[in-house]
Design a protein around this ligand. Structure first.
Ligand SMILES: [Ca+2]
Ligand SMILES: [Ca+2]
Ligand SMILES: [Ca+2]
Length: 239
């Protein structure tokens, strides 16, 4: 990959729609023969149905109304220079971002700018069987933090939604290790939502009523006591 002045795709970053049109670098994260740039769900293979016609495939569409737009996609096809390590350790290898820092909290963060009613999805690899907690979170312009965490151990798996440091709701989750984890600021009512889905399974979702600032600006991936591999990160905003 050659980084050049004026390029819109540099080191795997596809810039949001407010910038000049991105360049298709040919990478196909989910292997469905649609390159990431034109794929209606770049982290889900085989998705061709877009019921609401907003160019976001049903499998990854955060809202069944035609309001969504893809704001950012990071396939980790190259070392992600625009992600910042905030704790622990992350390493890049072969189209994955990995944390092997078992016993530590490892967090990496990316600034996505101001995105209204954002959904952040991270996709985790199936081949890493050990994790105790894996999560995604978004930070809003006023400092509010929301998060979605899957916990393993202690007799079961749970899905938790966080507002700040406090778990607001918890529900049993019997997911496998190939996970899609989503945290959403819901446009319709300013509530927040946490969703976890196996690669080929039905999602488990928690909704929590709240009222928070309208735009996100940072996304983060968190591994607590975990060994995980992150395949990709995807952010949607509203049109
Ligand atoms: Ca694809
Ligand atoms: Ca759609
Ligand atoms: Ca939609």
């Amino acid at each position: 990959m050659i980084a050049c002045s004026g390029c819109d795709v540099v080191l795997g970053l596809q810039r949001n729609s407010d910038d000049a049109a991105p360049i298709d670098d040919g990478h196909d994260e989910d292997g469905d023969s649609l390159t990431d740039l034109v794929d209606p769900c770049p982290a889900d293979a085989g998705d061709a149905v877009d019921s609401d016609g907003d160019n976001v495939g049903d499998v990854c569409d955060p809202d069944d109304r035609p309001i969504d737009r893809r704001a950012y996609f990071e396939p980790f096809a190259r070392p992600p220079v625009d992600w910042t390590l905030t704790s622990g350790a992350w390493t890049y290898r072969d189209d994955l971002l990995a944390s092997n820092a078992i016993g530590m909290v490892s967090t990496t963060e990316h600034d996505v700018g101001q995105i209204d009613h954002a959904t952040f999805e991270a996709t985790f690899d199936a081949t890493r069987p050990v994790f105790s907690s894996t999560g995604v979170r978004m930070t809003f312009a006023d400092g509010t933090v929301i998060g979605c965490l899957v916990n393993v151990g202690g007799g079961g798996e749970t899905l938790n939604i966080y507002l700040g440091q406090t778990a607001q709701q918890t529900t049993p989750f019997s997911g496998g290790r190939a996970l899609h984890l989503y945290v959403t600021h819901v446009a319709a009512d300013n509530s927040i939502r946490c969703r976890a889905r196996e690669a080929n399974g039905l999602p488990t979702t928690i909704n929590f009523a709240t009222s928070i600032a309208a735009s996100a600006n940072k996304i983060a991936i968190v591994a607590q006591g975990s060994s995980i591999e992150v395949q990709s990160a995807l952010v949607f905003g509203t049109r």
